[in-house]
Design a protein around this ligand. Structure first.
Ligand SMILES: NC(=O)c1ccc[n+]([C@@H]2O[C@H](COP(=O)([O-])OP(=O)(O)OC[C@H]3O[C@@H](n4cnc5c(N)ncnc54)[C@H](O)[C@@H]3O)[C@@H](O)[C@H]2O)c1
Length: 414
């Protein structure tokens, strides 16, 4: 079965397993949450930090006694650092990842993997050529709904899953204006128009992180923005983009269908739940709203909401992050999460995105010291990312149905 999702580890890593040094590339709003965890991880002996704005690197490094500032990305790659974690702006990852792999570094990349199909092909080729670890830090892989459904689908409790939905519903007014201003400086409007379907992984990854399939074709409708404030304006946009919302319907490799929504202009409380999922099987189904989660069979509907509510923690360390985004950066694990595999050092440590940060930080450290690729390796990252790239092209072409490449076939792997 080519798309089998790997079993979860059951025991925590300890320092005896090995150690490595890790360079953080991009010390903006998001990097600090992960740097704090790797600083605690038993297999990470030292952090190094770089940013094109040196004061950001210095500020982040100052939080950790063993951390060092490195002058540039190039200097980081030329150094003896074992691995790098890329936290630069979302459209920049592909080329930086390829450069890092070519320099012999293991790579953790924030989402998305890339914004072009050719960049995905290059990353997969470099990972296969070098044997280095590549991981995309997809938070929805450990979203409580995805964790729960991974187990339920594996156990066959839904029967045949023939339809699923994943939505990433995050309004621009809820923190994104401030985030893009911090990120983009004076010309922030040019990048705040980033096409919604080029950030597909929190929707697609939450479904295909539970359902072992890939998307094989797509038809997508883009919604033209009409607020008129210069964001999502083609004249201003670095991406020539005027879609602020988009809806895509995918055909899956198992004969089923998947629908995703990427919404940036929407009356929806993303601080409560920004990714929401539905799965329909022949025997049972699962549905989520902002506050509610239900399991349905042919007799009844069961409210299982409480198992999916992450424990909120304080957000006092998140000064870089707009108050509307802090809820996402400060949530702990939910009852459905299995925490026995996490290092004891993570007990009480800051978490985020519905409890996922601890798992992602641990997955990468585990992969580097064991030499085994993590669950969201280059192939799975491609399965989560490429559907959105092709969906955006479909939307630009009026919703035409387009095929999505199969990177396993291309690379000759399983
Ligand atoms: N749920 C999630 O998975 C999630 C949530 C938030 C952000 N993210 C991702 O995290 C990444 C970072 O987001 P952010 O909000 O911190 O962005 P940001 O703009 O705040 O930070 C990016 C930093 O990278 C630096 N940078 C850019 N190019 C560089 C280079 N070549 N060398 C060194 N530094 C460089 C910038 O100066 C900036 O400080 C994005 O890709 C975003 O998609 C993911």
């Amino acid at each position: 079965m080519p798309f089998t999702l790997p079993p979860e580890p059951t025991t925590p890593m300890t320092s005896e397993a090995g150690s490595f040094t890790l360079g953080i590339v991009g010390a903006g709003q998001f990097a600090g949450s992960f740097a704090a965890l790797w600083n605690l991880h038993p297999n990470v002996v030292q952090l190094r930090v770089t940013d094109v704005l040196p004061e950001r690197a210095e500020k982040l490094a100052a939080r950790f006694p063993r951390a060092e500032v490195v002058a540039s990305f190039e200097d980081m790659l030329a150094s003896d650092v074992d691995a790098v974690a890329i936290f630069t702006q979302r459209w920049t990852h592909g080329p930086l990842v390829v450069q890092a792999l070519q320099a012999g570094k293991h790579v953790y990349s924030a989402v998305p993997m890339a914004v072009e199909i050719t960049e995905i092909e290059q990353i997969i080729a470099e990972v296969e050529r070098t044997g280095l670890i590549y991981m995309m830090g997809e938070t929805s892989y450990y979203n409580p709904a995805t964790v729960y459904m991974r187990h339920k689908i594996r156990a066959g409790e839904l029967g045949r899953v023939f339809y699923a939905e994943g939505d990433y519903v995050h309004d621009m007014d809820l923190g994104f204006y401030a985030a893009y201003q911090y990120s983009g400086g004076e010309n922030w409007k040019a990048t705040a128009s980033y096409p919604p379907m080029l950030y597909p992984t929190h929707a697609v990854g939450g479904v295909l992180g539970a359902l072992p399939a890939r998307a094989v074709s797509v038809s997508c409708i883009g919604i033209e923005d009409d607020r008129g404030d210069g964001v999502f304006d083609r004249e201003v946009s670095q991406f020539n983009n005027s879609f602020s919302n988009a809806t895509a319907l995918f055909e899956l490799s198992d004969g089923g269908a998947m629908r995703t929504n990427e919404m940036r202009r929407v009356g929806y409380p993303s601080p409560i739940r920004e990714s929401r999922f539905r799965f329909f099987g022949t025997e049972a189904s699962f549905e989520q709203l902002a506050h509610h989660t239900v399991w349905n069979d042919k007799k009844d509907s069961y409210d299982i909401s409480e198992q999916f509510i992450p424990v909120r923690r304080g957000a006092e360390t998140l000064q870089e992050v707009d108050p509307d985004l802090r809820a996402a950066f400060s949530s702990g694990t939910a009852p459905v999460h299995e925490t026995a595999r996490l290092p004891a050092e993570f007990d009480g440590a800051p978490n985020g995105h519905e409890g996922s940060h601890h798992y992602l930080a641990d997955d990468f450290a585990r992969a580097v010291v064991t030499g085994q690729q993590p669950p969201v390796d280059a192939h799975r990252a491609a399965i989560f990312t490429a559907p959105g790239i092709i969906a955006h092209t479909s939307a630009l072409e009026g919703g035409i149905r387009l095929p999505i490449p199969d990177f396993r076939e291309a690379s000759g792997s399983e």
